[in-house]
Write a protein that binds this ligand. Structure first.
Ligand SMILES: Cc1cc2nc3c(=O)[nH]c(=O)nc-3n(C[C@H](O)[C@H](O)[C@H](O)COP(=O)(O)O)c2cc1C
Length: 198
């Protein structure tokens, strides 16, 4: 589930919320899974991964991750990303382009404090995406953290990312491939609406 909070009262955000409610009412599984693609300007590489979109607050989309991970290096070197949702129960794809930044330390501490300690132990004990000799070692590190670490204190290397879209495309699938595509591009006057050919 995604938690919506004072969502921005602008057309693309309102469409997104409407589609979300429809997908949810249709029993969409994994509704919060969002693919985030990044470009690492140091190694000139594009990469993608799913994350769980936790909140949409006003115009900010928020997920949590490790600040030393490969995705973090990409965001540091190039702060523009592409994000992708597909809700199969309503056959809708939402493409987003956005600028991304870290959430504040204060915000991270609060979120971490309220989270399940078992989840926090994993966040603390895992050097995300670094190789390790076995899965058993992962479990040992996790169990050590459960016993020894302060599971209420968010480590500096973990926290939220917030991205604010400047482009949305809503794609609605059609039985005869007459797919409906509408895009919204942010400019100084607001959102420019475009109808795209399928
Ligand atoms: C459905 C789904 C949700 C995920 N949610 C998160 C998440 O919220 N945060 C996160 O760090 N990794 C999440 N992951 C794992 C990431 O896809 C990825 O494996 C990990 O973040 C390392 O990515 P990186 O090496 O590009 O930094 C999720 C994976 C899946 C399949």
């Amino acid at each position: 589930m995604i938690e919506f909070n004072s969502i921005k009262q602008e057309i693309p955000y309102l469409i997104l919320k409407k589609k979300y409610d429809e997908a949810l009412n249709n029993g969409q599984k994994g509704i919060e899974a969002i693919s985030v693609s990044s470009y690492n300007n140091k190694i000139h590489e594009v990469d993608s991964r799913y994350v769980n979109l936790k909140f949409i607050i006003n115009d900010e989309f928020i997920f949590f991750s490790n600040y030393d991970s490969p995705k973090a290096s990409s965001f540091n070197s190039h702060d523009q990303i592409a994000a992708l949702l597909y809700w199969s129960t309503i056959n809708v794809q939402i493409r987003i382009k956005a600028k991304i930044k870290k959430t504040s330390n204060e915000y991270n501490q609060k979120y971490f404090f309220d989270r399940l300690e078992e989840k926090n132990a994993l966040a603390i004990s895992s050097n995300q995406s670094k190789s390790i000799k076995s899965y058993n070692q992962v479990k040992e590190n996790y169990n050590k953290s459960l016993k020894n670490d302060d599971l209420k204190k968010c480590p500096e290397f973990w926290g939220g990312y917030s991205f604010t879209p400047y482009y949305f495309e809503f794609w609605e699938g059609h039985r005869l491939r007459l797919n409906k595509r509408e895009a919204y591009e942010k400019n100084d006057d607001g959102w420019k609406h475009l109808i795209l050919q399928p």
